[in-house]
Design a protein around this ligand. Sequence first.
Ligand SMILES: [Zn+2]
Length: 113
Amino acid sequence: MPTTCGFPNCKFRSRYRGLEDNRHFYRIPKRPQVLRQRWLSAIGRTEETVVSQLRICSAHFEGGEKREGDIPVPDPTVDVQIKIELPPKESKNNDRRRKQTIPARFPCDSPAG
Ligand SMILES: [Zn+2]
């Protein structure tokens, strides 16, 4: 399966086909949270409906390149590229603690229906 764009009604899906396809795909950023939320709302998803394989094609960014803080738009040739200011990055020396509270896994014991 070729990678497809997760943007709703992505019109570049067909437009780019066969042409000089130097399109690439971006994952939804995990951090910072504020950026992730903006991406999710831009593509009409929530944490509940987003899937990890979801990719956004470069055609949703001005010039075909994502820059820091960019939010994908339906069509950067007609829509103004949205950009947010990212919060300062966390210090690398800080916060080396790992989360220890993740349960190993959920047993597959849901009642048969
Ligand atoms: Zn797309």
